[in-house]
Design a protein around this ligand. Sequence first.
Ligand code: ZN
Length: 653
Amino acid sequence: MENRWNDSEVAEYKSDLALRVYTSRLLGRDSTLVLHGGGNTSVKIGMTNMLGEEEDILYVKGSGWDLATIEEPGFSPVRMKHLLGLAKRETLSDPEMVNELKTQLTNASAPAPSVEAILHAILPYKFVDHTHADAVVAITNTENGEKRIREIYGDEVVIIPYVMPGFDLAKLCAEKYPAEAGEKTIGMVLMNHGIFSFGDTAKVSYERMISLVGRAEKYLEKNKAWNLSWEKIESPKKQIRADLARLRSDVSKVSGFPMILSHHEDVKSLAFANRGDIGKISQQGPATPDHVIRTKRVPMVGKDVNEYAENYSQYFKKYASSQTILDPAPRVIIDGEIGICTLGRSINEADIVFDIYEHTMEIILRSTALGGYRALPPEDIFDVEYWDLEQAKLKKGGKPPLFSGEIVLITGAASGIGKACVDSFLSRGAAVVGIDIDKNVESNYNKKNYLGIVCDVTNDEEIMNVLEKTVRAFGGLDMLVLNAGVFPKGARIESLSTADWKRVMSVNLDANLSIMREAHPLLKLSPGTGRVVIIGSKNVPAPGPGASAYSASKAALTQLMRVAALEWGSDGIRVNTIHPNAVFDTGIWTEEVLKTRAESYGLSVDAYKTNNILRVEVRSRDVAELAAEMCGPLFAKTTGAQLPVDGGNERVI
Ligand code: ZN
C-alpha cells in the first residue's frame, strides 16, 4: 500500500477544506481503495453563520463527485448539530434522511451530501476517511472474517456487522462506536463493506487508512492469499460475433431495453471464466454493497439468460408491488468459451462494470485462498438493488438518449456526409463504428463510443473483420448507414471504359451487397429492430449526362434496397433511402472546383449552391440528421421509402 503523501505537493493546500481535497484525491488515485465513485471523506469545520452564531459544519463528499478528481465545491456543508440529532432518532426512512440532509445544507447549491454523512458526523474526529478497500473487503468476505479482522487490528478498530448503508447503519455505528472505542482506536471496519480511518489532521487520517489497509494486505500475503496466478488459456474461437450478438439480444430482451455488451478475453478474464469452481465462487454476491448499483446481483455463468432471470424471479417478486423498476438482466456474464462480458446502457457503463469486476475477481480469489469467499446472501443484495434511494436516482436520471445502448455502422465515415452521420448518431447516444479507406477515420474522434476502422469495402474479408470487431467492441449491430461511394470524372457512354464502369459498380453497388449480406444475421438480432439507411442520389430519379456509371450504380443500389425491404420485413428490418443533391460541404468540392462549376452555369458560387426550388443550401448535416431520424421512431412504420434531400428539384418532383 503506497503512501502518496508528498510534503512539497501539500504546500499548495492551506485551509482545512483544501487539505481535505488533497488527501481525498490521494485516496482516489488508488483503485484498490476507491473505485468509480466508491468511498467518501469529510472534514468538520467551525464557522460563523449569517446571524453571528458559531456552528460546526460537516463538509462531506457530495453525490456525483469522484474522490480522484474532487474539488472544494464537491464537498457538501451540512450542520453537525442536526446530523448528531438525527443519529439519536429511533427510526428514519432513507428518503426522509436524504431530505433532512438537504435541508441542513449551508449552501443551497451544494450537491446532495453522501448518504453516509451521519456516519461521518458521529465519529469524533476532524478528518474522516472511508474506503471500500479491496484487501479489507477480501478478508471480511470470508467465513471467519470478523475473527481475522480482530487478529489483524486488535482493539485499534471498532467492528460493525453488516447492515445495508443508510440510516440503520448510521444508527448502529452511533451506538456501537462510543460503546466500543478505546484509547487505541484509529479506525472502524464495516463487515462486507469497507473501512473508516480518522484523525485530527488530514495527514494522520490519510496515513492511518494507508497503514490499516497495508496491514490487511500483509495479512493476505502471510496467508498465501496475496499473489494470484492466472492460468494461461488460449482464446478458443476466432469468430464469436454470432455468439456475442445472440447473447446481447437475449439479455436486452430480458432487461427491456437495448444494451451495449463489452467483451473481454484478457489473460485474467479467460483464466477466471475457465476455473473448475467458477459456478460456485462467482455466485456468492458482490464484494461490497457499493458495487451492486453497477454490477447488480451475481454474474450469469453460461449463455442462458432466461434461466438466470428465472432463478432470481423469487427475489424480484418481493419487490414487485413497490413500484420498483424490475430488471432481471445480468450485468456480468462469465463463459468459458467467450471470457467475460459486461453490459450497460452505454460503453462507458459497461466498462465501469468491467473495472469493478476485475477487482471483484481478485477479491474472490484472495478470499478463496483464505478458505472461502462468502459475501452477502441474495436477500441483502436485492435490498441494495431495490433500495429506494437507488430507485429514486434511476427515476431522476430521466429519459436516456434516443439510441442509448444501440450500435450503428457507417461506411465512408472519414469525411463529408459519412462523418456528419457519425456526429448525428453520436449525439443521439449510439455507439458508432465508422469505416473508410481514408485512415483519418481512425483518429477523427477520441471517444469510447466511437471505433474507426480502415477498410476497403470492396474486400469481403475486410468487411467480415469489421463486423467481428464491431461486435467484439459493442456486442452487436442495430443500424447500418451505407454511404461509401465514388463519383468518377464525367464521361459520355461512347468514351466510358469497361474498367471505369466496373470500378464504380464495385464500390457503389457490389460492396453494399456484401455488407448487407454479412450484416443481416446481426441486424436480425437487434433488440429493437434492424435498420438500414442507404445514401442514394438525386441521379436515381433524375440522371445527368456524363454520369452513366454513377447514375446506374445508384439506381441499381436503390433497387437492391427495395428488394431488401421486401425480403427483410419479416425479420423486422427496415430499409430506406435518402437521395441528396448538391451537397457541397464535402471534401471533393473545393473552393476551386465550386467556382469553376458555378461559372460554367453562368452563376455565382452562392447562386449555384442554392440552385433549387426552395433556394436553400443542402449541407452534409441535413442529410445526416435525416439518416439518423430514419432509424428512429418517426419512421418506425416506414420501409422501402426514397426521400429526397435536395431543396426541391423540378425533375424529381
Ligand atoms: Zn461505504
